[in-house]
Ligand binder design. Structure first.
Ligand code: TIU
Length: 226
């Protein structure tokens, strides 16, 4: 584990990465969002837009593990009895098939189903915390904040999907709880190119109102793994 601070080139200005206080938080890289037949495609989206993030995330996760740093993963989904699924979320979109219904990879966004799990390329290693979240933000109704506090984490490198939905919501939640967030743009993806661009701009605008934006090679270099 590295003790010293590393400067990561970023926008709106360089990020002071403190490896011992920084966790990698990979948001919702689940089959339901990235593979054909899942929730993402069910909403009418082109899943290929998200798949470009897999390889950069894989390289970053490999480097992060090699540096001995804390990596965490989230999954959006619900209890099999759907008791934690807001009725509003269940019916919104007026689709014939909605969350909890049967799909090609099991019940849509239900914990324990194949489609709910993380894609094999980024599968969590033993000991890496996995946060099961019912909402878009990773802090809502989860123990994420407690886990981070217990480990002395003050900074997050946030990656995953989708940029303007679960990544942005989580970065905003983290910001309000006092964490500094760094987002590598090649490791976050949106079904919509215009939301990818604006989702990142909204984070780094106004002097970094929610955080910083960088690239994964810059992070890998800063943790001494380039
Ligand atoms: N639909 C969409 O863009 N995203 C989600 O529903 N969840 C996440 O972003 N993980």
């Amino acid at each position: 584990m590295q003790a010293k601070t590393s400067l990561v080139p970023a926008e709106p200005y360089a990020f002071e990465l403190k490896p011992a206080e920084c966790a990698l938080l990979i948001i919702d890289m689940q089959r339901d969002f990235l593979e054909p037949g899942g929730f993402g495609e069910m909403l009418g989206n082109d899943v290929s837009q998200l798949r470009r993030t897999i390889e950069p995330n894989r390289r970053l996760l490999t480097a992060w593990r090699a540096a001995g740093l804390l990596a965490m993963h989230t999954r959006e989904g619900h209890r099999p009895d759907l008791s934690d699924l807001p009725p509003s979320k269940k019916i919104r979109g007026r689709s014939a098939t909605t969350i909890g219904d049967s799909g090609p990879m099991g019940r849509i966004l239900v914990r324990g189903e194949a489609g709910h799990d993380i894609i094999p390329e980024l599968y969590p290693a033993p000991g890496e915390p996995v946060i099961d979240k019912p909402g878009k933000g990773a802090f809502h109704a989860t123990d994420l904040h407690s886990i981070l506090q217990h480990r002395g984490i003050t900074q997050l490198v946030v990656t995953g999907v989708t940029t303007e939905v679960c990544v942005n919501t989580t970065v905003r939640e983290a910001n309000d709880r006092g964490y500094d967030c760094l987002v590598p743009e090649d490791c976050v993806g949106s079904y919509f190119p215009e939301f990818q661009e604006m989702g990142l701009k909204m984070i780094k605008a106004q002097g970094g109102i929610f955080g910083w934006v960088t690239s994964s090679p810059a992070v890998i270099s800063a943790i001494g793994q380039a």
